[in-house]
Design a protein. Sequence first.
Length: 239
Amino acid sequence: GQPSLPEDPLGQLAWLRRVLSKLWQQRHQPGSTKALIMGHIPPGLDNYHFTPLWRESYAKAYADIIHEFEDVVAGQLFAHQHQETVRLLPGASAPIFVAGAVSPIYDNNPSFRVWRYHGNTLLDFTSYSADIDDLNTLGNGDVAASSNHFAELYSAKAQFGLESLSADEWRNKVVDRLQSSTSAWQHYTQAMWGRAMSQASSWVFRSKVACAAKHMLASDFSACLASPGNSASYRMSGL
């Protein structure tokens, strides 16, 4: 079995609850603000093998805190996976935004994001990327030449037709359409993944991506895949 770990390593969850609780108590005061949560490894499943990135107890505790104080959470920004994606937490109005990476060690094109915001609201982000094959032709050490090869890839609102970056917008216009709409799927994979798309034509993989975007826990993810009407359940059963 898994080694025994503390219920709250280094008191991080308790600290997060204290900070968000203070912001929530002050939410109606003049000049009140919201929290922008930033971290490296996001809760949920990874993009490659669809295995949990956090211990389930920690993921549940984090999700409960975000749900309780969602009124004072402006956004959740994570990375680690070297591919861009979005994750929806149950009951949270702010999605988890996972950025790509400058390092191409997982065969990803180097990328970074520029965010637009006003006050406590995240308005939009624009992703910039460079083609790794083009960069390889420059040789080693030519940093100045490499920087010139980064170009705007997409802006989230324009790419996906979003009115805002809220979880409801992402759910209704992107995540819930990944399986049913070929156009939505192509827009998502072309924008988010770019180079790393070797599995993108698989129906099972497509279903896994859709379920992982909506379900943070492995048990909920498996139930989503096995649900009636899911393309993965049909394909895997041979129907």
